[in-house]
Write a protein that binds this ligand. Structure first.
Ligand SMILES: Nc1ncnc2c1ncn2[C@@H]1O[C@H](COP(=O)(O)OP(=O)(O)OP(=O)(O)O)[C@@H](O)[C@H]1O
Ligand SMILES: [Mg+2]
Length: 276
């Protein structure tokens, strides 16, 4: 009997490079994310994490290298096509539609999945049925992230941590297989961070989602992630389990600046990023 072909990683990044004039922000980075895992991407401020997210999501074009989602090359595809293939993201600087309600914000994510087409113009029965279903689904997602009570609130009036959870609900509305989260705990208090940890665990364990997580909150990263890739000055300096990475000399040096970086300590692991 033929053995089934081995399943590859859900996300494969190979030789990924992005230059900005003289600066190599992402420098020949390789890593792979297995389906159903939480994979952390960590490194000091300016290491290239957000740039790498922009390359994977299609916001920026690479100078070299490739990104594959479930074996399919994403080269040249714009962000909306990548979303349709199952890739969603949140942003380091929150991007909610402040003037819209919380529910409407989630529904903007659902529109990538609506099919009524021209029926929207005449409010056809098919469109109205779809709209009702979309509202129900948006409410489900809000309940899942703990924002059910806030459905009618203006999004701009939500507390900071709640806006971050709203962004996650909107990302989930696209029915992704892989979600990229850029510093979801930034600006959260310890109770909010703890709730976020539970939410991200449930996404993996109950919904089978795959998460690629950039985060400076090391206790969160270490307790949540199955695997970590560490960047410093655009280069991958370590890759492994949290325990392996924590003990890696290059990682200790990058975070503590013991190797003679002139600025001394760069970003302590517990710091919360605030840069855009
Ligand atoms: N559009 C751009 N033009 C020029 N340089 C850029 C641009 N975007 C990022 N950079 C530079 O690339 C490097 C990597 O930046 P990036 O934002 O990816 O880092 P990061 O790891 O996300 O940092 P942080 O933890 O502070 O968010 C930095 O030196 C940054 O100044
Ligand atoms: Mg960043």
């Amino acid at each position: 009997m033929a053995t089934p072909p081995p399943t590859g990683p859900l996300l494969a990044v190979e030789g990924l490079t992005r230059r900005f004039q003289g600066l190599v922000a992402v420098d020949a980075v390789d890593f792979a994310v297995a389906e159903g895992t939480v994979h952390g991407l960590i490194g000091p401020n300016g290491a290239g994490k957000t740039t790498l997210f922009n390359l994977v999501s299609g916001v920026l074009a690479p100078s070299a290298g490739s990104v594959r989602l479930d074996g399919r090359a994403l080269d040249g595809l714009p962000p909306y096509r990548r979303t349709a293939l199952g890739l969603a993201r949140t942003f380091q600087n929150i991007r909610v539609f402040s003037e819209m309600t919380v529910l409407e914000n989630v529904m903007t994510g659902l529109h990538t999945r609506l099919t009524a087409g021209w029926g929207i113009l005449v409010r056809s029965p098919a469109f109205r049925a779809e709209e009702r279903a979309a509202k129900a689904r948006a409410r489900d997602l809000l309940a899942f992230v703990g924002l059910a009570e806030a459905a009618g609130t203006r999004a701009g009036d939500l507390a900071y941590g709640d806006q971050r959870r709203l962004e996650i609900a909107r990302a989930l509305a696209c029915e992704p297989r892989l979600v990229l989260l850029d510093e979801p705990a930034a600006g959260m208090n310890p109770a909010e961070t703890h709730a976020l940890l539970g939410l991200l665990r449930r996404l993996r364990d109950e919904r089978g989602l795959t998460l690629l997580l950039v985060e400076h909150d090391m206790p969160l990263v270490m307790s949540l992630c199955d695997r970590l890739t560490v960047l410093n000055f655009g280069r991958r300096i370590a890759d492994g389990t949290p325990a392996e990475v924590r003990a890696h000399p290059a990682v200790i040096e990058a975070y503590l600046g013991t190797g003679g970086h002139d600025a001394g300590p760069r970003a302590v692991p517990q710091s919360r990023g605030t840069a855009p």
